[in-house]
Design a protein. Structure first.
Length: 340
């Protein structure tokens, strides 16, 4: 995952919404990881509107060798929404809620972050973006110029990057996986913009397994999975832990939708487990398979090509350590910095 640092200028008005946008970006895709910094910056000059070139140069100088997105509530002197450099971007929240919302400030910030990720990933200057990718007349693409600022809403509702822009970015050498990640972020923006947000908890994991008590299955969950997830700041959920009036299938589907991560213990043959695992894959969730080491060879053929985390039966401490290591190494979780 490519880590991007998100910093706020001093005395930010919208820290909570910035945090929500960061969480939405992280929960939408697997290529970029945004980390919200506790460090604040003071954009200069303090008494006048910001100059785009000057502030991107300032951020690049203050955070050398880092990819950075800075959020400010101050206006730019050219009245733009944002300015991008090769390794940094500055986004303003000025006037959004007063003049342009809805869509929400969270949706706007997520959209601007998606736009900022392109030059950061492709090492592209703002000049190249303006000259080669910008649509002067809005077509509902991420790279619309939006000379009339309310026109940005067309792109947010469309949640799209046009095929022409994507083709040019591929020619510039931008990784297709990065473009796919941006498309996923734009899909989240579109759902926010049409008031149908997909609510995903970025710090929760739904565990799919056969429900049982006081056996290997239950002990693996209680003594291995739950503490292993907690070690990296994730909360574990199982479908049988909350009694609700809704049908079980509806309840499971809601859990699958709302949890960013899904863990499936697949070494005990169970049709419900396979069905829920199929739903998770269909929803494009981040799925981790778990199996006892001696039983992994008995998995169905369709699952043998998937990476599977194994542990020795009864060794729940090893399972705990392997689970926490997996999320620490692959999702940058639980590393001691401020949670996002």
């Amino acid at each position: 995952m490519k880590e991007i640092l998100v910093v706020l200028d001093k005395s930010p008005d919208h820290e909570r919404r910035v945090r929500e946008a960061v969480n939405l970006v992280n929960a939408s895709q697997r290529y970029f990881f945004l980390r919200l910094s506790q460090q604040l910056v003071e954009l200069k000059p303090a008494s006048t509107a910001l100059n785009g070139d000057a502030v991107t140069e300032q951020i690049a100088a203050e955070f050398p060798r880092r990819s950075v997105i800075c959020i400010t509530d101050r206006r730019f002197d050219d009245n733009w929404f944002s300015h991008e450099g090769r390794h940094c971007a500055v986004i303003t929240t000025a006037d959004w809620e007063q003049l342009f919302a809805p869509p929400s400030l969270r949706a706007y910030l997520t959209y601007q972050i998606a736009q900022a990720l392109i030059p950061i990933e492709g090492d592209l200057s703002e000049e190249i973006l303006l000259r080669r990718l910008t649509h002067e007349r809005p077509i509902g693409c991420l790279h619309d110029l939006n000379a009339q600022k309310p026109d940005i809403k067309y792109g947010m509702v469309g949640g799209n990057m046009c095929s022409d822009c994507e083709g040019k970015l591929r020619q510039f050498g931008v990784d297709p996986a990065a473009l796919d990640a941006v498309r996923r972020i734009l899909t989240a923006v579109r759902h926010e913009a049409i008031a149908r947000p997909r609510i995903v908890d970025p710090f929760s994991a739904f565990v799919v397994m056969r429900f049982s008590q006081h056996d290997e299955n239950a002990n693996a969950y209680r003594y291995g999975l739950v503490p292993g997830l907690a070690d990296v700041g994730l909360k574990a959920h199982r479908g049988d832990e909350t009694v609700q009036s809704a049908q079980i299938l509806d309840q499971v589907f809601r859990y699958l939708e709302r949890n960013r991560f899904v863990i499936a213990k697949v070494d005990v043959e169970n049709l419900n487990v396979y069905f829920e695992l199929g739903l998770a894959m269909g929803l494009d969730k981040d799925v981790l398979l778990i199996s006892e080491s001696t039983l992994v060879v008995t998995l169905p053929a369709d699952l043998r090509n998937w990476e599977c985390l194994t542990y020795e039966k009864g060794n729940y401490e090893n399972l705990r350590l392997r689970v926490s290591a997996f999320y620490r190494e692959n999702y940058h979780l639980g590393r001691g910095e401020e949670a996002t």
